[in-house]
Design a protein around this ligand. Structure first.
Ligand SMILES: NC(=O)c1ccc[n+]([C@@H]2O[C@H](COP(=O)([O-])OP(=O)(O)OC[C@H]3O[C@@H](n4cnc5c(N)ncnc54)[C@H](O)[C@@H]3O)[C@@H](O)[C@H]2O)c1
Length: 376
């Protein structure tokens, strides 16, 4: 088991803040996701929100008030939080601000013990790599907000990481959205080809912990089925008919060996995202579905394979997305307590962000060059 035992459903182990009281948490970015995480944090026993930062002071004050903090806890700059003494920070700003935010947090007199940064880590491979090396050099635990992973039971994650699914051959992802741009459409600052743009961080973020750790991908070819001409930020909606086929390769003595194909597409049916990983030669399946249809979003995980049944990890789990956020925050608070060296959280490690960004970047480059093989 990679997870730690918990005292109650939403209790963060026996984590303690610097002063021996609750773990003190700061939030940077009080938009949609910051607000969601602020609310989820109120359900984590042993943690207390102490600062909210947003250049829009009204947004910071709103989240502070909703979380029962005085308005003095709301700030417009990280640099103004030197008295907050936060042990842990959450970064929920747009991806192009994550690296700067993290560097600013490291300059606070009370250096954070752990940071949860929203996904995607950043838009460029260079920025993601810099984030991860800053964390490593400063000894700060850094984890990324791949909340979907929290829906996978720890025993299943361990089983996957140990190669339980066998040889992965085919991965398919579908973005189920009847209308509207992908959620992150409003962050677009560069050419991001259609469906891959939004699904990349979701799909690859989930897939890599399953696939990447034991069979690292080192080359891809990629074909975009629709035109690559996804417009820039101000250039209108993303094309809904876009889809992508990515062939992945791993290194073997004497050359490259196919390690699976990844297809990403839009679908006009339903809402949410769907990920299915199929295997050649076995009936094994790992499937994940985020249903945002109506009311609270629910994450469904299904694992089925002869080996999974034999190990007792086959099954279907449904977890409200809200509970996924809470679990992720519990992990963060526990990581702050245990220290970066002693604690490996279930789910998204900093290195996974580098690996998935590298893969997405290479896929874009390959598509740009008519499906040329891109290796690294
Ligand atoms: N909205 C979602 O459903 C969702 C889900 C998963 C992940 N995310 C991720 O969460 C992050 C935030 O997304 P969002 O949807 O909340 O965006 P948002 O636009 O609703 O909120 C972003 C907030 O950050 C503030 N901000 C911008 N630059 C800042 C800076 N330098 N310092 C402090 N605050 C700053 C903005 O004023 C705004 O209030 C992104 O990385 C996104 O990909 C969002």
């Amino acid at each position: 088991m990679t997870g730690r035992r918990r005292r109650g459903p939403n209790a963060a182990s026996r984590a303690k803040g610097r002063g021996g009281g609750p773990v003190r948490v700061g939030l940077v970015g009080a938009g949609q996701q910051g607000r969601t995480l602020g609310h989820a944090l109120m359900e984590v026993a042993g943690a207390q929100l102490v600062a909210v930062v947003d250049p829009q002071i009204g947004s910071a004050q709103l989240v502070a008030a909703e979380c029962h903090l005085p308005s003095s806890a709301a700030r417009t700059r990280i640099g103004d939080c030197h008295r907050s003494d936060a042990d842990v920070w959450i970064i929920a700003t747009p991806p192009n601000a994550h690296l700067t935010n993290f560097a600013e947090l490291l300059r606070l007199p009370a250096r954070p013990r752990a940071v949860l940064c929203e996904k995607p880590a950043a838009w460029s491979l260079g920025d993601v790599t810099q984030l991860v090396s800053l964390a490593k050099n400063s000894g700060v635990h850094l984890q990324f907000g791949l909340h979907l992973l929290s829906a996978i039971p720890p025993a299943v994650l361990s089983w996957l990481a140990a190669g339980g699914l066998g040889r992965l051959v085919d991965v398919a992802g579908t973005w189920l959205r009847v209308d509207g741009d992908p959620d992150w459409g409003h962050f677009r600052t560069g050419h991001c080809p259609g469906a891959t743009f939004d699904l990349g961080p979701h799909l690859l973020g989930v897939m890599l912990p399953v696939l990447g750790r034991r069979s690292p991908i080192c080359a891809v070819t990629s074909k975009m089925v629709s035109a690559l001409a996804t417009p820039l930020l101000e250039g209108g909606p993303i094309r809904r008919d876009s889809s992508a086929e990515i062939a992945m390769f791993r290194s073997r003595p004497g050359g490259l060996e196919g390690a699976g194909t990844l297809s990403v597409a839009w679908s006009g049916r339903g809402t949410g995202a769907e990920l299915t990983i199929l295997l050649r030669g076995t009936e094994a399946t790992f499937a994940m579905h985020l249903d945002e249809g109506c009311g609270d979003a629910v994450v469904r995980v299904r694992v089925d394979a002869r080996s999974a049944r034999a190990t007792g990890v086959a099954g279907t789990w449904e977890t409200p997305a809200r509970e996924c956020y809470i679990r992720q925050l519990i992990t963060l608070v526990e990581a702050a307590d245990a220290g970066v060296a002693a604690y490996v959280p279930p789910g998204a490690r900093a290195q996974d962000a580098v690996a998935s960004t590298r893969l997405i970047t290479a896929a874009y480059q390959s598509a740009d060059k008519d499906g040329e093989l891109i290796s690294w």
